[in-house]
Ligand binder design. Structure first.
Ligand SMILES: [Fe+2]
Length: 435
């Protein structure tokens, strides 16, 4: 399949988030996933693998959707010791095959790797499918979601690989990075369109920070060197990163081809996920991301996934390489994140106008990340489909695959596929086009 898969290019103005309800969660302090399982039915792992064919569809599946929606997330095996943090559970992939207006199959498979939980995201690039997690190299997956094994690009990749690589829609190259506690703490990598690792370059940073995401624009890479720092004292107890008041808070702009980084000091905050980045006519880099403040981050970090309300908000930074100055502003006061447990709305933000459209999914429903698939005949950049898996707080209610018209998110889904089982909420999905 071509590298220019339709799933590769998120259109510039479409950012689909999940919104969290205002009602407080009954769960407060909890630090083990066993507690998470008890208190958050939408996170409870499923105990087995299964597959089903010809799934029931309500509404009309767009016939042009020919491919697979794949989603990753933590799902410890039955009997396995509960990991100390939601982010640490073994990965499970859920997949739904759509073709000619039908939902041909659903299947779920654990990622079977001894060296990687590979629970965070799915990547399809240069004909290969990978399960990703940011502390190991990628794990290659076959078309039936079976595990092939760790993939190191012919021995060239010697670092971990972020779960949020970026495809350059103009060149077909894949930009990514690896970070970790051993120096170099940050390494920039680039794959050519054929999947060859053609560039690896250390980026100087003072220490290892938890760098979950980054951004690319037409000419630049944008680094998030933020104050959640490797904490040796936490090794073996939980995810060993904690907030630091002394580390500094910086965004960096670097040429995509490599070279020196221009750093910009910004207000204290942490970012898991970037929404959008671009360059304006004056050459300034404009970055939109979900920003966590110190208080919200430190309160939620140990029990992430439990609380029903996100303290993080959409935020914008404008970095001017010509003057070295930065401006920043809050864009919205709604609590949002990509992976939040309590999300019962899908929101589309227009990055240009700031307008938001939402679809409320109904009582008990919790939406997963919505993946944008451009329409076959799209002329506008938001024309296409948003695909997500929604779960219900009642474990007896099977999950649903939702397909929304991206231009009219506030309307009901154009199609709802009933899956043969409950699907725990997870992290990131992707669309792999069969075309
Ligand atoms: Fe993520």
């Amino acid at each position: 399949m071509s590298i220019h898969s339709r799933s590769r290019s998120r259109p510039a103005s479409v950012i689909a988030y999940r919104r969290l309800p205002r009602a407080p969660s009954p769960t407060t302090a909890a630090s083990s996933s066993s507690v998470i399982r008890r208190s958050s039915p939408t996170l409870t792992p499923v105990p087995d693998e299964l597959e089903a064919h010809d799934l029931p569809v309500e509404g009309t599946l767009p016939p042009e959707l020919d491919g697979r929606y794949l989603r990753n997330g933590p799902n410890p095996r039955p009997g396995e010791a509960a990991p100390p943090h939601w982010f640490l559970g073994r990965g499970m992939l859920h997949g739904v095959r759509l073709k000619e207006g039908r939902a041909l199959w659903y299947r779920n498979r654990w990622v079977r790797s001894e060296t990687s939980a590979a629970n965070t995201a799915v990547l399809h690039h240069s004909g290969r499918l990978f399960a990703l997690i940011e502390n190991t190299p990628p794990v290659e997956i076959d078309d039936e979601l079976g595990t092939i094994g760790t993939y190191d690009f012919g021995g060239r990749l010697t670092t971990a690989m972020t779960a949020h690589p970026k495809v350059d829609s103009e060149t077909g190259e894949l930009h990514f990075f690896g970070y970790g506690p051993r120096p170099p703490h940050l390494t920039y990598h680039r794959l050519d369109p054929a999947g060859n690792l053609v560039h690896s370059e250390p980026v100087a940073v003072p220490a290892a920070t938890m760098m979950h995401d980054f951004a690319i624009t037409r000419n630049h890479v944008v680094w998030l060197d933020l104050p959640v720092v490797f904490d040796r004292e936490l090794v073996g107890r939980t995810l060993p990163y904690s907030w630091s008041d002394s580390y500094g808070v910086r965004l960096g702009v670097m040429p995509k081809s490599g070279g020196p980084v221009q750093w910009f000091d910004v207000e204290p905050g942490y970012v898991f996920h970037v929404g959008h980045a671009s360059e304006d006519a004056a050459g300034r880099v404009v970055l939109t991301a979900v920003r966590w403040g110190r208080e919200g981050f430190t309160a939620d970090w140990p029990t992430l996934g439990v609380r029903d309300e996100s303290p993080a908000h959409l935020h914008e930074w404008t970095l001017d390489p010509a003057t070295g100055t930065v401006t920043e502003r809050a864009l919205d006061d709604r609590g949002v994140e990509f992976y939040a447990v309590g999300a019962n709305e899908i929101i589309k933000y227009d990055a240009t106008s700031g307008a938001a459209r939402t679809d409320y999914l109904g009582a008990g429903w919790r939406a997963g990340e919505a993946v944008f698939v451009p329409g076959a005949e799209a002329t506008g950049e938001d024309e296409g489909w948003l695909i997500s898996i929604a779960g219900h707080t009642d474990p007896a209610v099977p999950a649903r695959l939702l397909v929304h018209d991206a231009t009219a998110v506030e309307k009901s889904p154009v199609a709802t596929v009933t899956l043969p089982r409950r699907v725990p909420l997870g992290f990131h999905g992707t669309w792999v086009d069969a075309g």
